[in-house]
Write a protein of this length. Structure first.
Ligand code: ZN
Length: 335
Protein backbone atom coordinates (compact mmCIF):
# COMPACT_ATOMS: atom_id res chain seq x y z
CA UNK A 1 0.00 0.00 0.00
CA UNK A 2 1.23 3.48 -0.84
CA UNK A 3 2.24 5.42 2.22
CA UNK A 4 3.28 9.02 2.59
CA UNK A 5 4.73 10.73 5.57
CA UNK A 6 2.84 13.86 6.59
CA UNK A 7 5.96 15.83 5.79
CA UNK A 8 5.77 14.62 2.19
CA UNK A 9 5.19 17.17 -0.53
CA UNK A 10 1.70 17.59 -1.81
CA UNK A 11 0.91 15.31 -4.72
CA UNK A 12 1.41 16.83 -8.12
CA UNK A 13 -1.63 16.75 -10.28
CA UNK A 14 -1.52 15.62 -13.88
CA UNK A 15 -4.96 17.03 -14.38
CA UNK A 16 -4.21 20.57 -15.47
CA UNK A 17 -4.26 23.88 -13.67
CA UNK A 18 -5.41 24.46 -10.10
CA UNK A 19 -9.13 24.19 -9.89
CA UNK A 20 -11.80 25.27 -7.50
CA UNK A 21 -14.70 23.06 -6.64
CA UNK A 22 -12.94 19.81 -5.89
CA UNK A 23 -13.88 17.73 -2.83
CA UNK A 24 -11.69 16.27 -0.10
CA UNK A 25 -12.46 12.88 1.43
CA UNK A 26 -10.84 11.53 4.60
CA UNK A 27 -11.18 8.05 6.04
CA UNK A 28 -10.00 7.54 9.60
CA UNK A 29 -9.22 3.90 10.39
CA UNK A 30 -7.78 2.23 13.48
CA UNK A 31 -4.16 2.70 12.35
CA UNK A 32 -4.14 5.18 9.49
CA UNK A 33 -5.89 8.00 7.67
CA UNK A 34 -6.59 7.92 3.93
CA UNK A 35 -7.12 11.24 2.17
CA UNK A 36 -8.09 11.87 -1.42
CA UNK A 37 -9.11 14.80 -3.59
CA UNK A 38 -11.95 13.95 -5.98
CA UNK A 39 -14.19 15.74 -8.44
CA UNK A 40 -17.96 15.89 -8.14
CA UNK A 41 -18.25 12.43 -9.72
CA UNK A 42 -15.97 10.84 -7.14
CA UNK A 43 -13.08 10.57 -9.62
CA UNK A 44 -9.67 10.90 -7.93
CA UNK A 45 -7.81 14.04 -9.00
CA UNK A 46 -4.50 13.06 -7.40
CA UNK A 47 -3.06 9.91 -5.81
CA UNK A 48 -4.40 9.10 -2.34
CA UNK A 49 -2.33 10.01 0.71
CA UNK A 50 -1.97 7.68 3.70
CA UNK A 51 -0.82 8.87 7.11
CA UNK A 52 -0.32 6.50 10.02
CA UNK A 53 -1.45 7.40 13.51
CA UNK A 54 -0.69 5.89 16.91
CA UNK A 55 -4.31 5.67 18.12
CA UNK A 56 -3.22 7.77 21.09
CA UNK A 57 -6.29 9.85 21.73
CA UNK A 58 -8.48 12.33 19.82
CA UNK A 59 -6.16 15.35 19.97
CA UNK A 60 -3.16 13.56 18.52
CA UNK A 61 -5.16 11.48 16.01
CA UNK A 62 -7.14 14.48 14.73
CA UNK A 63 -3.85 16.34 14.26
CA UNK A 64 -2.74 13.50 11.96
CA UNK A 65 -6.07 13.68 10.11
CA UNK A 66 -5.54 17.40 9.52
CA UNK A 67 -1.99 16.69 8.29
CA UNK A 68 -3.32 14.09 5.86
CA UNK A 69 -5.89 16.59 4.60
CA UNK A 70 -3.27 19.28 3.99
CA UNK A 71 -0.84 16.91 2.28
CA UNK A 72 -3.53 15.54 -0.01
CA UNK A 73 -4.51 18.94 -1.41
CA UNK A 74 -2.65 19.20 -4.70
CA UNK A 75 0.01 21.88 -4.79
CA UNK A 76 -1.24 25.24 -5.84
CA UNK A 77 -4.91 24.34 -5.70
CA UNK A 78 -7.45 26.42 -3.86
CA UNK A 79 -9.40 25.13 -0.87
CA UNK A 80 -11.75 22.21 -1.43
CA UNK A 81 -15.43 22.99 -1.89
CA UNK A 82 -16.30 20.46 0.82
CA UNK A 83 -14.49 18.16 3.28
CA UNK A 84 -15.91 14.87 4.54
CA UNK A 85 -14.55 12.54 7.23
CA UNK A 86 -15.51 8.88 7.33
CA UNK A 87 -15.00 7.00 10.59
CA UNK A 88 -15.86 3.53 11.93
CA UNK A 89 -18.11 4.87 14.64
CA UNK A 90 -21.58 5.72 15.75
CA UNK A 91 -21.79 9.26 14.43
CA UNK A 92 -24.36 12.01 14.56
CA UNK A 93 -24.05 13.03 10.92
CA UNK A 94 -25.90 16.30 11.63
CA UNK A 95 -23.49 17.63 14.26
CA UNK A 96 -20.28 15.70 13.51
CA UNK A 97 -20.23 14.31 17.05
CA UNK A 98 -18.67 10.84 17.33
CA UNK A 99 -20.73 9.07 20.00
CA UNK A 100 -18.64 5.92 20.11
CA UNK A 101 -15.72 4.64 18.03
CA UNK A 102 -14.78 1.17 19.39
CA UNK A 103 -11.49 0.77 17.46
CA UNK A 104 -10.26 4.23 18.44
CA UNK A 105 -11.75 3.93 21.96
CA UNK A 106 -13.42 7.34 21.57
CA UNK A 107 -16.59 8.41 23.33
CA UNK A 108 -18.39 11.68 22.64
CA UNK A 109 -15.67 13.36 20.57
CA UNK A 110 -16.79 16.44 18.55
CA UNK A 111 -14.56 15.35 15.66
CA UNK A 112 -16.33 17.48 13.03
CA UNK A 113 -16.00 20.73 15.00
CA UNK A 114 -12.40 20.09 16.01
CA UNK A 115 -11.25 19.19 12.52
CA UNK A 116 -13.15 22.18 11.10
CA UNK A 117 -11.20 24.45 13.45
CA UNK A 118 -7.91 22.89 12.38
CA UNK A 119 -8.68 23.17 8.65
CA UNK A 120 -10.52 26.49 8.77
CA UNK A 121 -13.61 25.19 6.99
CA UNK A 122 -16.65 23.00 7.75
CA UNK A 123 -16.20 19.22 7.90
CA UNK A 124 -19.04 16.70 7.63
CA UNK A 125 -18.56 13.45 9.54
CA UNK A 126 -20.22 10.20 8.51
CA UNK A 127 -20.05 6.54 9.56
CA UNK A 128 -17.66 4.60 7.28
CA UNK A 129 -20.23 2.03 6.16
CA UNK A 130 -22.68 4.80 5.38
CA UNK A 131 -19.95 6.71 3.50
CA UNK A 132 -18.99 3.71 1.35
CA UNK A 133 -22.64 3.08 0.56
CA UNK A 134 -23.14 6.73 -0.31
CA UNK A 135 -20.33 6.53 -2.90
CA UNK A 136 -21.88 3.41 -4.46
CA UNK A 137 -25.36 4.93 -4.45
CA UNK A 138 -24.47 8.31 -5.94
CA UNK A 139 -21.62 7.44 -8.28
CA UNK A 140 -21.06 3.70 -8.22
CA UNK A 141 -22.91 0.43 -8.73
CA UNK A 142 -26.18 1.84 -7.35
CA UNK A 143 -26.17 5.10 -9.33
CA UNK A 144 -29.52 6.13 -10.73
CA UNK A 145 -31.55 4.01 -8.26
CA UNK A 146 -33.64 5.29 -5.34
CA UNK A 147 -33.65 1.92 -3.56
CA UNK A 148 -30.24 0.39 -3.01
CA UNK A 149 -28.77 -1.96 -0.46
CA UNK A 150 -24.98 -2.07 -0.11
CA UNK A 151 -23.73 -5.18 1.67
CA UNK A 152 -20.24 -4.60 3.11
CA UNK A 153 -18.29 -7.83 3.48
CA UNK A 154 -15.06 -7.66 5.45
CA UNK A 155 -13.90 -8.92 8.83
CA UNK A 156 -17.48 -8.30 9.88
CA UNK A 157 -20.57 -7.78 7.77
CA UNK A 158 -22.31 -4.44 7.58
CA UNK A 159 -24.70 -2.71 5.29
CA UNK A 160 -26.48 0.47 4.41
CA UNK A 161 -29.89 0.95 2.88
CA UNK A 162 -31.13 3.70 0.60
CA UNK A 163 -34.92 3.63 0.62
CA UNK A 164 -36.96 6.03 -1.50
CA UNK A 165 -33.86 8.13 -2.17
CA UNK A 166 -32.88 8.45 1.50
CA UNK A 167 -29.86 6.88 3.15
CA UNK A 168 -31.33 5.35 6.32
CA UNK A 169 -29.72 6.32 9.63
CA UNK A 170 -31.95 4.60 12.20
CA UNK A 171 -32.89 5.73 15.70
CA UNK A 172 -29.29 5.45 16.96
CA UNK A 173 -27.47 5.72 13.59
CA UNK A 174 -27.17 1.95 13.17
CA UNK A 175 -29.67 1.15 10.40
CA UNK A 176 -28.58 -1.61 8.01
CA UNK A 177 -26.31 -3.54 10.39
CA UNK A 178 -27.40 -6.82 8.87
CA UNK A 179 -24.30 -8.68 10.06
CA UNK A 180 -26.29 -9.32 13.22
CA UNK A 181 -29.35 -10.80 11.58
CA UNK A 182 -29.67 -14.23 13.19
CA UNK A 183 -29.56 -16.90 10.48
CA UNK A 184 -29.07 -19.96 12.73
CA UNK A 185 -31.26 -20.28 15.81
CA UNK A 186 -29.05 -20.99 18.83
CA UNK A 187 -26.01 -20.86 16.54
CA UNK A 188 -22.41 -19.74 16.91
CA UNK A 189 -21.57 -16.99 19.41
CA UNK A 190 -21.15 -13.51 17.96
CA UNK A 191 -19.20 -10.39 18.98
CA UNK A 192 -22.59 -8.83 19.76
CA UNK A 193 -24.73 -10.15 22.62
CA UNK A 194 -26.57 -12.44 20.16
CA UNK A 195 -25.74 -15.79 18.59
CA UNK A 196 -26.19 -17.37 15.18
CA UNK A 197 -25.59 -14.01 13.45
CA UNK A 198 -24.93 -13.66 9.70
CA UNK A 199 -21.37 -12.40 10.31
CA UNK A 200 -20.57 -15.21 12.77
CA UNK A 201 -20.79 -17.52 9.71
CA UNK A 202 -19.97 -15.35 6.67
CA UNK A 203 -17.86 -12.44 8.01
CA UNK A 204 -14.08 -12.81 7.75
CA UNK A 205 -13.74 -13.55 11.47
CA UNK A 206 -16.66 -16.00 11.33
CA UNK A 207 -15.15 -17.97 8.43
CA UNK A 208 -11.76 -18.09 10.19
CA UNK A 209 -13.38 -19.29 13.40
CA UNK A 210 -15.34 -22.02 11.59
CA UNK A 211 -12.15 -23.06 9.79
CA UNK A 212 -10.25 -23.40 13.08
CA UNK A 213 -13.09 -25.54 14.47
CA UNK A 214 -12.97 -27.75 11.36
CA UNK A 215 -9.22 -28.25 11.77
CA UNK A 216 -9.56 -29.06 15.48
CA UNK A 217 -12.28 -31.60 14.65
CA UNK A 218 -10.08 -33.34 12.05
CA UNK A 219 -6.42 -32.29 12.40
CA UNK A 220 -5.20 -34.76 9.78
CA UNK A 221 -7.55 -33.49 7.06
CA UNK A 222 -6.85 -29.87 8.14
CA UNK A 223 -3.06 -30.18 8.07
CA UNK A 224 -2.66 -28.68 4.59
CA UNK A 225 -4.86 -25.73 5.47
CA UNK A 226 -2.82 -24.95 8.60
CA UNK A 227 0.42 -25.31 6.63
CA UNK A 228 -0.85 -22.80 4.09
CA UNK A 229 -1.77 -20.32 6.85
CA UNK A 230 1.47 -20.82 8.80
CA UNK A 231 -0.36 -21.63 12.04
CA UNK A 232 -3.85 -22.36 13.31
CA UNK A 233 -4.04 -18.86 14.81
CA UNK A 234 -3.23 -17.24 11.46
CA UNK A 235 -5.87 -19.19 9.56
CA UNK A 236 -7.99 -16.55 7.81
CA UNK A 237 -10.91 -16.37 5.40
CA UNK A 238 -8.43 -15.42 2.64
CA UNK A 239 -6.46 -18.62 3.33
CA UNK A 240 -9.65 -20.66 3.15
CA UNK A 241 -10.68 -19.13 -0.21
CA UNK A 242 -7.18 -19.62 -1.65
CA UNK A 243 -7.04 -23.24 -0.43
CA UNK A 244 -10.45 -23.92 -1.97
CA UNK A 245 -9.21 -22.63 -5.33
CA UNK A 246 -6.21 -24.95 -4.97
CA UNK A 247 -8.49 -27.96 -4.39
CA UNK A 248 -8.14 -28.44 -0.62
CA UNK A 249 -11.12 -30.62 0.46
CA UNK A 250 -11.58 -29.06 3.94
CA UNK A 251 -11.54 -25.55 2.45
CA UNK A 252 -13.89 -26.71 -0.29
CA UNK A 253 -16.43 -27.84 2.28
CA UNK A 254 -16.04 -24.64 4.33
CA UNK A 255 -16.53 -22.39 1.32
CA UNK A 256 -19.62 -24.27 0.12
CA UNK A 257 -21.07 -23.99 3.64
CA UNK A 258 -20.21 -20.28 3.70
CA UNK A 259 -22.06 -19.83 0.41
CA UNK A 260 -25.09 -21.59 1.87
CA UNK A 261 -25.17 -19.26 4.89
CA UNK A 262 -24.55 -16.31 2.57
CA UNK A 263 -27.64 -17.23 0.52
CA UNK A 264 -29.83 -17.26 3.63
CA UNK A 265 -28.54 -13.87 4.77
CA UNK A 266 -28.85 -12.22 1.36
CA UNK A 267 -32.41 -13.48 0.83
CA UNK A 268 -33.43 -12.11 4.25
CA UNK A 269 -31.87 -8.71 3.53
CA UNK A 270 -33.43 -8.43 0.05
CA UNK A 271 -36.86 -9.38 1.41
CA UNK A 272 -36.55 -6.87 4.27
CA UNK A 273 -35.35 -3.83 2.29
CA UNK A 274 -36.72 -4.53 -1.21
CA UNK A 275 -33.84 -2.82 -3.05
CA UNK A 276 -33.92 -2.51 -6.83
CA UNK A 277 -30.10 -2.65 -6.81
CA UNK A 278 -28.16 -4.90 -4.44
CA UNK A 279 -24.46 -4.03 -4.26
CA UNK A 280 -21.84 -6.43 -2.89
CA UNK A 281 -18.83 -4.56 -1.50
CA UNK A 282 -15.79 -5.05 0.71
CA UNK A 283 -12.49 -6.88 0.72
CA UNK A 284 -13.99 -10.29 1.49
CA UNK A 285 -16.30 -10.01 -1.54
CA UNK A 286 -13.35 -9.01 -3.72
CA UNK A 287 -11.56 -12.18 -2.53
CA UNK A 288 -14.45 -14.44 -3.56
CA UNK A 289 -16.12 -12.90 -6.64
CA UNK A 290 -18.62 -15.81 -6.82
CA UNK A 291 -20.61 -14.07 -4.06
CA UNK A 292 -22.13 -11.73 -6.68
CA UNK A 293 -23.41 -14.56 -8.89
CA UNK A 294 -24.64 -16.54 -5.88
CA UNK A 295 -26.51 -13.51 -4.49
CA UNK A 296 -28.16 -12.87 -7.86
CA UNK A 297 -29.36 -16.45 -8.18
CA UNK A 298 -30.61 -16.77 -4.58
CA UNK A 299 -32.50 -13.48 -4.73
CA UNK A 300 -34.10 -14.51 -8.02
CA UNK A 301 -35.00 -18.03 -6.87
CA UNK A 302 -35.82 -17.59 -3.20
CA UNK A 303 -37.09 -14.07 -2.48
CA UNK A 304 -40.76 -13.27 -2.41
CA UNK A 305 -41.67 -12.16 -5.97
CA UNK A 306 -41.45 -8.33 -5.66
CA UNK A 307 -38.06 -8.52 -3.89
CA UNK A 308 -36.79 -11.12 -6.39
CA UNK A 309 -36.34 -8.41 -9.02
CA UNK A 310 -33.32 -6.82 -7.36
CA UNK A 311 -30.33 -6.54 -9.67
CA UNK A 312 -27.04 -7.57 -8.05
CA UNK A 313 -23.82 -5.72 -8.88
CA UNK A 314 -20.27 -5.78 -7.54
CA UNK A 315 -19.18 -2.48 -5.96
CA UNK A 316 -17.43 0.05 -8.19
CA UNK A 317 -15.27 1.64 -5.53
CA UNK A 318 -12.64 -0.37 -3.70
CA UNK A 319 -10.98 0.37 -0.36
CA UNK A 320 -11.22 4.14 -0.98
CA UNK A 321 -15.05 4.02 -1.07
CA UNK A 322 -15.48 5.47 2.45
CA UNK A 323 -13.13 8.42 1.75
CA UNK A 324 -14.74 9.12 -1.62
CA UNK A 325 -18.24 8.69 -0.15
CA UNK A 326 -17.44 11.10 2.69
CA UNK A 327 -16.32 13.70 0.13
CA UNK A 328 -19.50 13.30 -1.93
CA UNK A 329 -21.62 13.32 1.23
CA UNK A 330 -20.01 16.55 2.41
CA UNK A 331 -20.80 18.19 -0.93
CA UNK A 332 -24.51 17.37 -0.64
CA UNK A 333 -26.66 19.98 1.12
CA UNK A 334 -27.71 18.81 4.62
CA UNK A 335 -31.04 17.15 4.83
ZN1 ZN B 1 -24.10 -10.53 16.18
Amino acid sequence: MRSRKPSARSPRSDHGPPRAGYLLGLDLGATKVAAIAVDGSGRPLAPPVYVRHANDGPTSVLRRVAQAARVSMPEGWSRPRAVGLSIAAQVDARTGLVHFAPNLRWRRVPAGARLARALGQPVRVVNDGRAGAYAEWRRGAGAGCDDVFVLMMGTGIGGSAVVGGRLLEGGTNAAGEVGHLPIVSGGRPCHCPGAGCFEAYVGGWGIASRARDAVRADPVAGRALVARAGSLRRLSAETVFAADRAGDPVAHRLVRETERYFRDGVVGVANAFNPSRFVIAGGLAAGHPAFVRIAARSIRDRCQPPAARAIVRPARFGPLAPAIGAALYAATPSR
